[in-house]
Design a protein around this ligand. Structure first.
Ligand code: NDP
Length: 285
């Protein structure tokens, strides 16, 4: 069994992305400007934001975090989003999840201009994704495709099990794979007999945040296991797959690890979307 080295993807693709961005900067005589809106003080959020800032800095994308009090009123946040939409110097906007209970993510994401919505999660961008004419591919779904490309895996004719049906991971990923003619099954916390669903799948992508949910007994020989989930157990980051025992058993073909597997490729995919948004924002003027 091979642990997929996703660092290779970054090493190959980051220089290409930097060159593309430098050419666009010269062409438009300005820089991409990426705004991240964070509400509250969630610790995990801080580390996700840090990795986004780090890669944006490395590419040379202007970026800053708009940190808001967890008690901010909905109307105030709506005004901040609307002002960012209207600011022609802002190329890309990201509203970081999770939000406090009094704020409805589904409503707020729809206020972001679809061209600046680089997470690509607003209704317009999701609808376009379903119809196979996406503005941008949502970042985690894009990361999964990049990883499958890296191992030369064609999803056509493959049985794929996605564990988790969230708007941010499971649903966009399922639609992207369906459009690529994969046969897709999406599971959730109420799914009957998860083990048999996983056992019958050539590719399993898990995004639940339940540590070690997928056991070695569930794994089909020769399958590909991609771990999106991140949770903290005894101070350590863990994925959804019972990694140590699955590795010992050794009958899968590929697996990604947590941390350092899918996560960094999700951030790379976000950077690609920001640069696309920068390009589109300038072309459309
Ligand atoms: P959500 O909480 O929105 O969704 C979790 C999904 O997992 C739900 O559909 C839920 O089912 C399902 N689920 C929970 N428990 C089980 C179970 N026992 N069996 C089967 N399904 C279960 O989370 P997100 O989609 O936002 O994130 C999921 C995980 O992925 C988190 O750990 C997050 O940190 C990580 N993540 C990682 C990224 C990366 O790039 N590596 C990017 C984004 C997220 P139900 O619908 O029934 O509630």
């Amino acid at each position: 069994m091979e642990i997929i080295n996703t660092k290779n993807i970054i090493e190959k693709e980051l220089p290409i992305l930097k060159n593309k961005y430098n050419a666009l900067k010269k062409k438009y005589k300005k820089e991409a400007n990426f705004k991240m809106i964070v509400v509250g003080n969630d610790l995990a959020t801080k580390s996700y934001i840090k990795s986004k800032e780090k890669m944006a800095d490395e590419i040379g994308i202007l970026n800053d975090v708009i940190s808001l009090d967890e008690n901010i009123r909905k109307e105030e946040l709506e005004k901040i989003i609307k002002d960012l939409n209207e600011d022609t110097n802002v190329s890309a906007i990201l509203l970081q999840m999770p939000l406090p209970n009094h704020l409805e993510y589904k409503e707020l994401i729809d206020l972001i201009d679809p061209i600046k919505d680089v997470d690509s999660l607003c209704s317009t961008n999701m609808g376009k994704l379903v119809l196979d004419k996406a503005n941008y591919i949502p970042c985690t779904a894009k990361a999964i495709i990049k990883i499958l490309d890296e191992i030369n895996e064609d999803v056509e004719k493959k049985d794929i099990c996605i564990v988790g049906r969230s708007n941010i991971v499971g649903k966009p990923l399922a639609n992207l794979l369906i459009n690529k003619r994969a046969t897709v099954q999406v599971c959730n916390s109420k799914t009957k007999d998860l083990a048999s669903k996983v056992k019958n799948s050539d590719i399993v992508i898990s995004a639940t945040g339940v540590a070690s949910l997928i056991k070695k007994e569930y794994i089909k020989e020769g399958s590909i296991l991609l771990d999106v989930g991140i949770s903290r157990v005894d101070g350590k980051l863990k994925g959804d797959f019972d990694f140590d025992n699955i590795i010992k058993e050794g009958n899968a073909k590929y697996i990604t690890k947590v941390p350092g597997g899918v996560g960094p490729i999700t951030v790379l995919s976000l950077m690609e979307n920001i640069i696309l948004a920068f390009e589109r924002g300038n072309v459309e003027k």
